[in-house]
Write a protein that binds this ligand. Structure first.
Ligand SMILES: CC(=O)SCCNC(=O)CCNC(=O)[C@H](O)C(C)(C)COP(=O)(O)OP(=O)(O)OC[C@H]1O[C@@H](n2cnc3c(N)ncnc32)[C@H](O)[C@@H]1OP(=O)(O)O
Length: 207
């Protein structure tokens, strides 16, 4: 019998995640948990309780974190792993995944995304709508590649970094942990220091 899926987070990102899960047709039922107790349903799916209720359901459901913020997603994902939750990988049927691509648990790959050969994607990552990640990339845990971002070959993106919508990363580039790359920005040199980088070519913002 198919198992059931619980998604933690019923707002924007959680809804896209739920849509993928429904299209995968792998689970008997799909429902949410959300800490906003006023939300009783989302996208026509039931909100069964708050994130604290995950412990009473941990043996009965597969559980996925549908939270967009990298740090929050990491925290909840790591808690689930500590308690032995069964965490799936979600891939939209219209994503294209190349040969020898490795996807970590808790990662979601949205519609139209393309991941080319021999790329490794860590756990708890978001490969968002229409983004492309080319061959031999190494995308570490809890990274978000936003919609329409494009990464050339042999790029490394460090843990918890966020590449903004429509950003571009040239080939053989290394982006360290804890970076934000702004919407539409173009990275043509290694980024070795955590921070916020914007523009073409991308430069660090000094707040
Ligand atoms: C499905 C989804 O929705 S997924 C989510 C997709 N969303 C995104 O990709 C959003 C990406 N976010 C951004 O690009 C943001 O602008 C950030 C994170 C880079 C910076 O945000 P903030 O820290 O709030 O910076 P703030 O808006 O104060 O801007 C600071 C300066 O950087 C500039 N700047 C900010 N973003 C960019 C950018 N993407 N490109 C060029 N310059 C930028 C601003 O114009 C401003 O310059 P100024 O001081 O000369 O006026």
């Amino acid at each position: 019998m198919k198992s059931r899926l619980l998604i933690i987070g019923a707002s924007g990102h959680g809804k896209v995640v739920a849509d993928i899960a429904l299209k995968m047709n792998k689970w008997q039922s799909v429902a949410f948990l959300d800490d906003n107790q006023s939300i009783k349903s989302s996208m026509g799916l039931e909100v069964l309780g708050t994130s604290g209720d995950v412990f009473t359901n941990i043996d009965e459901y597969e559980i996925f974190v549908g939270i967009g913020n990298n740090a929050t997603r990491q925290k909840v994902h790591e808690m689930l792993e500590t308690f032995g939750a069964n965490i799936p990988v979600l891939v939209h049927p219209n994503a294209v995944i190349g040969a020898q691509v490795d996807l970590g648990i808790g990662t979601a790959v949205m519609a139209g995304a393309i991941i080319n050969s021999c790329t490794k994607i860590g756990k708890g990552c978001i490969v968002n709508t229409g983004s492309t990640i080319d061959h031999d990339n190494n995308i570490e845990d809890f990274v978000h590649i936003s919609p329409g971002a494009h990464l050339a070959g042999t790029v490394r993106v460090g843990k918890g970094s966020w590449l903004g919508i429509g950003s571009v990363v040239s080939n053989n580039i290394n982006i360290t942990n804890g970076c934000k790359v702004g919407a539409g920005s173009v990275v043509i040199k290694d980024i070795n220091e955590p921070g916020v980088y914007v523009g073409t070519p991308a430069k660090k913002l000094d707040y």
